[in-house]
Design a protein around this ligand. Structure first.
Ligand code: FAD
Length: 395
């Protein structure tokens, strides 16, 4: 290990590992820190991932971590009306249910094989600031206390990010901007199809969110929910226990793991770049606010951040102005998409259970052969012009 690196990455989740891999690929010396002794553990995720991002980043699905393939979705309204969407036009819309305990380590392995140094079991607990600009990090962990200097620091430290805040960026989350998730990994359950992802809606079962059943093999699934803390009257785990108990397909199953975590659903932070610093993934709130999915955007943003950081170091200019290429590129790639999902989430949380039932009824009468928000909205507005005002923000 050296005393100085071109790029230091804080956090070896999907964002940080992809950033470290890309920066090393571009020729930078890279050190990736994670406070966890075992990467990917504990899991705080439903583990669903679209295959597009794997193709885009040249990562071949591996049966060790891509546990099941999904190509269909079932949405269930509060009164039980089902909407089924089978992905018949299969153009890159296959999904996977991952094993993140293996997947996260695998991504870090790619970074290590690409040349990045890795230090796990090491918490970054401060920035070295000179004239208010980050020049490195202070860490403590398995190797004791250390200071490591860097030209660029990439903050990939997840939803609870502190690094960006230390550098003066606003990452404040209001209560309404955070969805609380809890999940059981269950065995011995029945589901309709191991390739179908099931979503259940209703203000009584999951206020401000939804419940999910994501198959993970023949009789195993991730069964979880995300709710808005500001709407909930009970603890998330109590809602989840009730959901499992009232579902005949689940109630006889056994829980072999419980995990929980927060998802930032208030949209990306306004500024993700400072002199010598970039912010990526959950730390930058680059999450699909409607589904709570953030693995794909974290990987994409991490990859861009790593590339830009390495190039900026090579050019000898790591100013905010030079690094803003990262901000421009990630916003071009996913900014509009994330904004649209945020508006969709805001509509979803404004709907009553009656609204949800009416919408589900309209959708259930149409055969969709791809999972497209636009196609669904067209049907909804045609069937329920009165809901136009609630849904118009999404068109
Ligand atoms: C209940 C739940 C269900 C979810 N389901 C899905 C889903 O099905 N699909 C999906 O796409 N997304 C899902 N998400 C969101 C997804 O987990 C995140 O968007 C994704 O992990 C973001 O990746 P990241 O690399 O930005 O952050 P993380 O994966 O959180 O990684 C951050 C890393 O930084 C490390 N770290 C933090 N602080 C420090 C520090 N100071 N020093 C050193 N290391 C530090 C942490 O140990 C961690 O390894 C879910 C989230 C929750 C909570």
């Amino acid at each position: 290990m050296r005393e100085k690196y071109d790029v230091v990455v804080v956090g070896a989740g999907p964002a940080g590992s992809m950033a470290a891999r890309a920066a090393a690929r571009e020729g930078a010396s890279v050190l990736l820190f994670d406070k966890r002794r075992e990467l990917g553990v504990p899991v705080q995720c439903g583990e669903a991932l679209n295959e597009d991002v794997l193709k885009e980043l040249d990562i071949r699905p591996d049966s060790r971590w891509a546990l099941s393939k999904t190509n269909a979705v079932k949405l269930v309204s509060p009164s039980g009306i089902e909407v089924r969407i089978a992905e018949r036009k299969i153009v890159g819309k296959i999904g996977y249910i991952l094993d993140r305990k293996i997947f996260d380590k695998y991504l870090t392995t790619l970074a290590a094989k690409g040349g990045a140094d890795i230090m796990v079991g090491t918490l970054v607990d401060g920035l070295i600031l000179e004239d208010g600009k980050p020049q490195g990090v202070r860490v403590r962990g398995v190797n004791g206390r250390l200071e490591v200097r860097a030209e660029v620091i990439i903050a990939a430290d997840g939803v609870g990010s502190r690094v960006a805040r230390w550098a003066g960026l606003n990452t404040y989350l209001k209560l309404d901007d955070i969805e609380t998730g809890v999940q059981f990994q269950m065995v011995g359950i029945n589901f309709e199809s191991p390739s179908m992802m099931e979503y259940y809606f209703g203000n009584k079962i999951a206020p401000g969110g939804y419940c999910w059943v994501f198959p993970k093999g023949e009789d195993m699934a991730n069964v979880g929910l995300g709710i808005l803390g500001s709407r909930a009257e009970r603890r998330p785990i109590e809602y989840l226990r009730d959901f499992v108990a009232r579902m005949p397909s689940l109630s006889k199953g056994k829980i072999i793991e419980i995990n929980a975590g927060g998802v930032p659903v208030g949209g990306p932070i306004k500024q993700t770049v400072k002199d010598n610093l970039l912010v990526v993934g959950d730390a930058a709130r680059q999450v699909n606010a409607l589904t709570g999915g953030g693995i794909d955007s974290a990987m994409q943003a991490g990859n861009i951040a790593g590339e830009v950081a390495a190039k900026a170091v090579a050019e000898g200019d790591t100013s905010e102005k030079r690094l803003s290429e990262y901000e421009k590129r990630w916003r071009e790639l996913m900014g509009k998409r994330l904004e649209r999902y945020l508006r969709a989430k805001n509509v979803l949380v404004s709907l009553t259970d009656d609204d949800l039932d009416r919408l589900a009824k309209a959708l259930s009468e149409v055969k969709f052969d791809k999972i497209s928000l636009t196609d669904m909205l067209r049907v909804l507005i045609k069937a329920h012009p009165k809901l136009f005002w609630k849904l118009k923000g999404l068109m």
